[in-house]
Design a protein around this ligand. Structure first.
Ligand code: SAM
Ligand code: SF4
Length: 351
């Protein structure tokens, strides 16, 4: 007769493989990269359906599949013990999760967190900006890929352009500064808006950051030809508003920053595809369903939720994290023949 094995017994060998060892205080991978930056996806749900991210029809995780706020706080505390001092909340759309300000408040109180930020599509920002500020959040990124209401509807499949603009206004009024505006650079969409975006950066002092289109779309339509490259973006803007690179070589910030030579602010480009910056990567990701990923483009994930719910101690979970980071690969394989698109799309991983 088959014997029933309790989940904690199944997990035991892996969880107990470091008994007696001293837990490291930093997350270092096999290439010497130190990981102090954690992105937490707090939900896979979203009120937009951006063409570069989600399919029109999407099945979301059931509530019990998501990490609870208590679980998220516990895991965040373990990451902090391992040297993480930067956390970004993302999704899906983080502002669709109920009581998000409660989570923000709890995380800002975690000793050791130097920088807590949040990425939002901006659709609900007008309602939430003050609450987020009051909860202690000081840094916010707002995604906006076009300055044209009709194109916005085409890209996000939702008519919330004005709401996002009002959200940006409100975030500025409340005190968020600088506000970063993320624009996905898909060829055929943003090419003719680079100068208007540069002008937005200059007039409003938003830090506009153009993100190269990555193979993480839910429709599976990504192609290299649709990637408007960072170099093309910089050249186009530089021809009208001369730019000077300000990011030092070897920075772990994924954005390469440029300032307008006349002092009119700055823009950034995130050249994930054309000029990968994996060598300086310091990021790991926790998905809404409790999986740890060491790279956006790797399919390898370590389940943290299962062991946690089966009774693993903080120390045991910490070792799962340490071991996962130790296995991190040198870099993504987008530019190599045979590259396979990750199984999960961006909204399921957390951008
Ligand atoms: N819903 C929030 C938002 O849109 O800002 C947060 C989650 S979203 C997945 C995080 C960031 O990933 C956004 O700035 C979005 O534009 C970007 N993104 C989504 N899919 C992408 C893709 N295929 N390539 C590049 N950036 C992408
Ligand atoms: Fe939603 Fe953000 Fe993905 Fe757009 S990019 S569908 S707003 S998660």
């Amino acid at each position: 007769m088959a014997q029933l094995i309790a989940p904690e017994q199944l997990l035991a060998p892996r969880l107990n493989s470091h008994v007696g060892e001293i837990l490291p205080s930093t997350l270092v991978d096999g290439f010497g990269r130190v990981h102090n930056n954690l992105r937490i996806s707090i939900t896979d749900r979203c009120d937009f359906r951006c063409v570069y991210c989600m399919p029109e029809e999407m099945e979301f995780y059931a509530r019990e599949v998501l990490l609870t706020y208590e679980e998220l706080q516990r895991l965040a505390g373990i990451f902090v013990r391992l040297g993480v001092d930067k956390i970004r909340l993302t999704g899906g759309e983080p502002l669709v999760r109920r009581d998000v300000t409660r989570l923000v408040e709890a995380l800002t109180r975690l000793p050791g967190i130097r920088d807590l930020s949040l990425t939002t599509n901006g659709g609900r920002l007008e309602q939430f900006a003050q609450g987020l500020w009051d909860a202690g959040l000081r840094r916010i990124n707002v995604s906006l890929d076009t300055l044209d209401a009709e194109r916005f509807k085409e890209l996000t499949r939702r008519p919330f352009f004005d709401a996002v603009l009002r959200g940006l206004e409100e975030a500025g009024r409340v005190g968020f500064h600088p506000i970063k505006v993320n624009a996905v650079a898909m060829r055929g969409y943003i090419d003719d808006e680079l100068i208007p975006f540069a002008e937005l950066a200059r007039s409003r002092r938003f830090q506009v950051r153009f993100i190269e289109f990555m193979p993480l779309d839910g429709d599976g339509g990504w192609g290299r030809a649709q990637v408007l490259t960072a170099a093309e973006i910089v050249q186009t803007i530089h021809a009208v508003y001369p730019l000077e690179r300000v990011s030092p070589a070897g920075s772990s910030d994924p954005a390469t920053l440029y300032r307008f030579l006349d002092g009119g602010g700055e823009i950034g480009v995130i050249p994930t595809v054309s000029e990968p910056f994996c060598a300086t990567c310091n990021r790991v990701r926790l998905t809404a369903d409790g999986k740890l990923r060491y790279c956006l483009f790797a399919n390898q994930e370590t389940d943290l939720k299962g062991p946690m719910r089966a009774g693993a101690s903080d120390e045991q979970i910490a070792w799962l994290i340490v071991d996962t980071v130790r296995q991190k690969w040198a870099g993504h394989l987008i530019n190599q023949t045979g590259f396979e698109k990750p199984i999960r799309n961006m909204s399921q991983i957390g951008g």
